[in-house]
Design a protein around this ligand. Sequence first.
Ligand code: FAD
Length: 492
Amino acid sequence: MNTYDFLVIGSGISGLNFALDAAEYGTVAIVTKKELMESNSNYAQGGIAAVLDSHDSFNAHVADTLTAGCHINDLNAVTLMITHAPAQIQKLIDIGVGFSRKKETLSLTQEGGHSTRRIAHAHDATGKEIERALIFHVRQHKNIHIFESHLAIDLMVKNNACQGAQVLNTEKKIIETFLAKATILASGGAGQVFERNCNPSVATGDGIAMAARAGAEIRDMEFIQFHPTALALDGKPTFLLSETIRGEGAILVNAKGERFMESQHELKEMAPRDIVARAIYEEMKHGPVYLDITHRESAYIKARFPYIYEQLWWYGIKMDKDRIPVAPAAHYTCGGVHTNLHGETNIPGLFAFGEVAHTGVHGANRLASNSLLECMVFSEQTVPTAVAYATTHPIEEQTTTNNVVYVPSNIANIKKEIQHLMWNHVGIIRHEDELDETLHTIKDIQSNLETLQKNGRDEMLIETKNLADVAIIITKAAIARKESIGCHFIEN
Ligand SMILES: Cc1cc2nc3c(=O)[nH]c(=O)nc-3n(C[C@H](O)[C@H](O)[C@H](O)COP(=O)(O)OP(=O)(O)OC[C@H]3O[C@@H](n4cnc5c(N)ncnc54)[C@H](O)[C@@H]3O)c2cc1C
């Protein structure tokens, strides 16, 4: 049995940032499904939003966040996040994050929905650079114990308090118990619920599913953000094309070469993501849509977007010469496990932050580059609360034994079926009758998976069951929200 002060589930930016701070107060175990680096964080391209320019203001950043979120955001959460942002950028610089610079000052870029340039970035691979710096420090800390290839299966809740998790060691194929005074969900979002998504394979919504099974309150799951521009090339990955490409002048054109966003929104290609995604979706009924930045200098494009340029080159596209075929893809989970501003859930001993959590900061639609910021701010905010909890709540003696056995499954087809259903019927544009029908179908799938797992489970069955659980939560939330708002668009 492994016993720690803090059990952190997930090694994205939020989990690593918390671990580093909390390790000053006690022992920390980080369990993560694959390698430490593998996370949505690692693929974040565009950057992290903060008021860093004298022409900008907290009020403007707050206003942009509320506009994107259709004003159903939690204003206290938004204000807290935005006023803490500049200090978080400094903290990252202090631990060695190499943000792009223009001479002495940070280079700031722009993304959709922002009224000014306020995105700090490390070229076009910001998440990878932040993960690199955090991992460098995490690996050196004597109080932090890293468990790669460890997949959390379920939270252990006893006497109405969370005391750790059951975890599958996917290399040894054994189930282990991790006990902790405070358990922290930093397990990211659920993009994999949808067939067309730009998340890595780890983003199966496990944290949301585990928390829901344990009785945690889940909110706003109907708000799934679809990124407007992911690569749409047969047989190639749904590679994200950062909004900063549009921020640096790229336009969207239809099959006839016409620029269609001018007639859709005053901000044209820089309109909030839900609006651009729906416009592309509609335009695609008449033919392919392209992202075009060929009017900018080749040398500039290669220097500004080295990562994206290289990836596209591998896929046979020269970004400085060719238009890039694009289509929307599921990108970000705005809702999640509800917490207060200090990471506390309704289950004592269970804390959450980052994409798995819901603080209300995003409202009905996340403003671009606010999520890395959310990860940094709310993981830091959680440290004092989790430390105070761990100090006053010793681990109770456990009588629980593992009730899960490892049995290989072969159910890739079921995962695909869920993803296909969700993309086609609970996607960018939703219809009430289809939502009801999809809910019934996925409930049937869920009950089949429950029967299967009585014999034992492997990682595929655990993840697929989580996908089914989260798909049901999303669909129920979509049925409950009758009006179209932000990322949730109902057409009757
Ligand atoms: C392609 C892409 C580009 C993006 N670009 C930007 C951007 O420019 N700016 C921005 O602000 N945001 C961006 N985002 C969103 C942002 O990256 C994420 O919201 C943020 O990184 C989430 O961080 P996190 O720490 O909450 O979770 P993640 O970084 O997703 O980490 C979750 C971790 O939990 C682990 N995990 C999951 N389930 C389990 C389990 N059952 N057991 C053990 N471990 C588990 C995963 O393996 C992973 O290590 C982007 C996202 C993507 C996919």
